[in-house]
Ligand binder design. Structure first.
Ligand code: AMP
Ligand code: GLY
Length: 436
């Protein structure tokens, strides 16, 4: 099988790393990829948003299957264009991608299908938004409706902050067109879990539940980021809960989308929060999570290409998906200044990973005169697996201890048991502690 993976982050490196192990694989391309994907695939210099060139490439190179990583090309209709050219695609259509790309669509869908979710109002003008703030009797979260690279959610601490947030989104247009419509939502309290599932539009197969660390600094402090680490399976969502949420949330979502004429093919990602009153859906994403995919690919025992191909051709019910026992965890190494303004171009050392059961996934890196240097906010996702979460995180931090670049910042409490372990590793490696 000739396969093209679209994207260039840590998620895509993890997908390429796993796809490269498939006995079905003939040739693997990543567009545009990064120095990590170049180790297991052939990078091709086509941007993920350049649909016409991607379609032409897929035709010329007899690509059998395209796996699309990021949400922007999905929301822009890349899978529709590929399908129109007769190419199989793992990833939802533009219409189905709205479940992520429009929070207004997503909330209305949840309301139509009676899913448990936060109470909300969708507004399009500042006066209506201010009126809504005055009348709702609960603490709120303010969300730009469109895609905002994970930054369009503001959790205000006061009414004044809420009003300021509305003006940032709707008047200053900090998130561009994504802020034309705003969702004002009830603020919920609880632990969060990411439940991702494969789907072919009919059948749903959940992955181990994952947990993502969104805040920059230890103890869940500092600004929100794209994710500073992740692990799976999350002990707070045991197997019986996964069965329950598949029955009450994931399957009805796929059934509802199909019934509305927009079958969902690809990865359905439910962001859930476990409140005192039960589970609530915070959001849906239409793709693999980043960094959740990094630990998930280490845990996947089955052939990723068999699964993706079965989803793309409506045969998911015919295959069995196996996951390894144990756990996996990913620690993200980020650039100085991330998430506001990442400083890039710094040489990275210590990338030679001496451990088995650990992989250094590249995210924001590039080659400069034959050396790997930093090229983005999230630079690397060091991922380990083991019999237990503790083994997995211990492995990941042992590898982290060897990697260096100027200004490197990372959390020492991924999976909540990193702290002591990393200090030990640091002592051994003579490494300075990042993040103070
Ligand atoms: P979203 O992009 O909708 O997942 O939001 C990003 C993050 O904002 C979530 O992972 C939560 O931590 C937080 N968040 C979103 N909606 C709510 C809510 N209704 N109540 C509390 N926190 C929320
Ligand atoms: N890690 C969160 C996301 O991929 O949306």
């Amino acid at each position: 099988m000739n396969v093209l993976i679209v994207g260039s982050g840590g998620r895509e490196h993890a997908l390429a790393w796993k796809a490269a192990q498939s006995p079905r694989l003939q040739r693997l391309f990543v567009a545009p990829g990064n120095p990590g994907t170049a180790q297991c695939a052939q990078n091709i210099p086509i941007h993920a948003d350049d649909a016409p060139t991607l379609v032409a490439f897929a035709r010329e190179h007899a690509i059998d299957l395209v796996i699309i990583g990021p949400e922007q090309p999905l929301a822009a209709g890349l899978s529709d264009e590929l399908r129109a050219a007769g190419i199989r695609v793992f990833g939802p259509s533009r219409a189905a991608a709205q479940i992520e790309a429009s929070k207004a669509f997503s909330k209305a869908f949840m309301a139509r299908h009676h899913f448990p979710t936060a109470r909300y109002t969708t507004v399009t003008g500042v006066p209506a938004a201010l009126e809504c703030l005055r009348t709702v009797g609960y603490p709120v979260v303010i969300k730009a409706s469109g895609l905002a690279a994970g930054k369009g959610v503001i959790i205000p601490e006061s009414n004044a902050e809420a009003e300021a947030a509305l003006r940032r989104i709707m008047v200053a247009r900090e998130f561009g067109a994504a802020g034309a419509e705003v969702v004002i939502e009830e603020r919920l309290q609880g632990e969060e879990v990411s439940l991702l599932a494969f789907s072919d539009g009919v059948t749903v197969s959940p992955m181990p539940p994952a947990r993502d660390h969104k805040r920059l600094r230890d103890g869940d402090t500092g600004p929100n980021t794209g994710g500073m680490g992740a692990y799976a399976p999350a002990p707070l969502c045991p197997p019986d809960m996964v069965v329950e949420f598949t029955r009450t949330i994931l399957q009805p979502t796929v059934d509802g989308m199909r019934a509305e004429g927009v079958p969902f093919v690809g990865v359905l990602y439910a962001g859930l929060i476990l409140t005192r009153d039960g589970v609530r859906v915070l959001e849906f994403n239409c793709r693999f999570g980043d960094p959740e995919t990094q630990p998930l690919m280490l845990l996947l025992e089955s052939d990723l290409l068999e699964i993706a191909d079965a989803c793309a051709s409506g045969r998911l019910a015919n295959i069995e998906i196996k996951w390894k026992a144990g756990a996996a965890a990913c620690v993200v190494l980020a650039s100085e200044g991330y998430p506001e303004k990442a400083i890039t171009g710094r040489a990275i050392s210590g990338l030679e990973n001496p451990l088995t059961n650990a992989v250094v996934f590249h995210a924001g890196t590039r080659l400069e005169n034959g050396r790997v240097v930093t090229a983005g906010g999230r630079v690397l996702g060091v991922t380990g697996c083991g019999d237990s979460l503790e083994h997995a995180i211990r492995r990941a931090y042992a590898v982290v201890g060897a990697v260096r670049f100027e200004g490197m910042q990372y959390r020492r409490d991924i999976a909540d048991c990193g702290n002591g372990l990393l200090r030990e590793a640091d002592k051994r490696m003579g490494n300075g502690l990042a993040n103070g």
